[in-house]
Design a protein around this ligand. Structure first.
Ligand SMILES: Nc1ncnc2c1ncn2[C@@H]1O[C@H](COP(=O)(O)OP(=O)(O)OP(=O)(O)O)[C@@H](O)[C@H]1O
Length: 423
């Protein structure tokens, strides 16, 4: 691939996946300086604006490129960063529409605030288009150095919400932000919170409002179209300091397929060193599910249940209002109703176990909200074993959080997921 001479003042936008090496001179990417010898990688479906601050020579490998005159990053973004640093605004939340440039602005703020002994925490609550932590999580990373992309900040911890959208589970997203903020502020001088681009309907607006109520930011930054953000801006202005900044002039909008492809890349990143581990189903404790949450039935209760259902029962449990069972074949509905009556429960979840296959799970421990994620690869009814592709060790001492998303463990492509609370 060719060498490119980039004149001072021009911006070369690399569309990922793309790799660029600076041969001579230097470029700025969201405020981070890349000098001669540095390399930059634009993630699949994302773009990196390389702004030449002097006459520069680049070596470009793979990817496509566009050239712009001037800096495509708005001047207001740089002034905003200066204000935050000068006034010591420790807690900043960035809110905006999809593809408004939120993540890029957060990157620029990190670059302006980190360094000189200062540490910056980023809480990445953009669960569908993650930079820090796998998809379906709120992630926390801390850095004391400049980064040209947030994905290079290591995940310190995360909170698995179990879905690529907070829709219907706002409480999980809010709890994740609250818990990680507590951790973030022990580790850093500044915390910047990135959010999803979901700002338009009532649930999306509520999520943003509650995130602000919960985090009590020193500054709310609204990025993008004022008309889209008006219903968030007015209430927030009454309570907090709010500033509005424009979106960059060269943002490249991503289609639904691009967003899926980006998630595929992120899943592969977090599962690339994973191995398949097998666990006895009786040793699992789960949340975000009905199954694996009740008291296991004794052998005699299980035998009685088999008699009522008329099918082999591998595992069964109950709580005050639910019966959960893993069975060898599906019983008839009347038998399930009879079992509910006999046990005096309102709900029955009778599963074969195969429903779980390819589900994404999160693993929580006492030390970390998220030790990592995994993909259930198989269910062996006769051995009562579940196998999971994961980097996490010793799965039976973790709390399993069952996600609704399914992912193919070989290609990492998303598959149709579970209905919430189906299992
Ligand atoms: N100044 C800029 N010049 C060129 N491209 C940019 C600039 N700022 C952002 N982009 C690109 O535009 C795309 C969208 O930006 P970004 O991901 O920051 O927006 P977002 O609002 O966080 O998106 P999402 O809706 O996924 O949350 C990205 O590929 C990003 O690299």
């Amino acid at each position: 691939m060719p060498e490119i001479s980039l004149s001072r003042g021009y911006t070369l936008i690399a569309h990922g996946p793309a790799r660029v090496r600076v041969l001579e001179g230097s470029v700025h990417v969201f405020g981070a300086t890349l000098g001669a010898g540095s390399e930059a990688f634009a993630e699949p479906t994302r773009s990196l604006p390389l702004h030449a601050t002097e006459n520069t020579k680049l070596h470009v490998e793979t990817g496509s490129f566009s050239l712009f005159e001037g800096d495509t990053t708005p001047g207001e973004w740089y002034s905003l960063a200066e204000t935050i640093l000068e006034e010591g605004l420790r807690r900043v939340i960035v809110v905006g529409d999809v593809d408004s440039g939120k993540t890029s602005l957060v990157t620029l703020l990190v670059n302006a605030l980190a360094g000189g002994g200062r540490r910056v925490a980023v809480i990445d609550a953009d669960v569908g288009q993650k930079s820090i932590g796998p998809p379906g999580t709120v992630g926390l990373g801390v850095t004391d150095r400049q980064v040209y992309t947030l994905t290079s900040i290591e995940m310190h911890d995360a909170f698995f919400i179990g879905s690529n959208t907070p829709s219907g589970i706002l409480h999980r997203s809010l709890t994740g932000v609250a818990l990680l903020l507590r951790k973030a502020e022990k580790l850093s001088d500044f915390t910047v919170i990135d959010t999803t681009g979901w700002v338009t309907d009532s649930e999306g607006r509520e999520l943003k409002l509650f995130k602000a109520f919960l985090t009590e930011p020193d500054l709310v930054v609204l990025v993008g179209d004022p008309r889209t953000l008006a219903q968030i801006e007015r209430p927030l202005k009454k309570l907090f300091r709010v500033v509005r900044v424009p979106r960059p002039r060269a943002v490249f909008e991503r289609r639904r397929e691009d967003r899926r492809e980006y998630r595929r890349w992120m899943y592969s990143k977090y599962l690339s060193r994973a191995t398949v581990k097998s666990v006895d189903i009786e040793s699992i404790d789960m949340a975000y599910a009905f199954s694996f949450t009740g008291f296991p039935l004794t052998p005699s209760e299980k035998a009685k249940l088999e008699g009522i259902l008329g099918v082999g029962v591998l595992y069964a449990e109950r709580s005050d209002d639910h019966l959960g069972a893993v069975v060898l074949s599906q019983p008839i509905q009347q038998a399930v109703e009879l079992a509910k009556n006999v046990l005096g429960v309102r709900h029955a979840r009778i599963i074969s176990g195969f429903e779980l296959v390819h589900s994404v799970v999160g693993f929580m421990s006492r030390e970390k909200y998220c030790e990592g994620i995994g993909v259930i690869t198989s269910f062996n009814p006769h051995e009562k074993q579940i196998s999971v592709l994961t980097q996490v060790e010793s799965l039976s001492d973790k709390l399993w959080l069952l996600g609704v998303q399914k992912v193919n463990p070989s290609s990492f492509e998303e598959e149709a997921g579970l209905e919430k609370w189906f299992i």
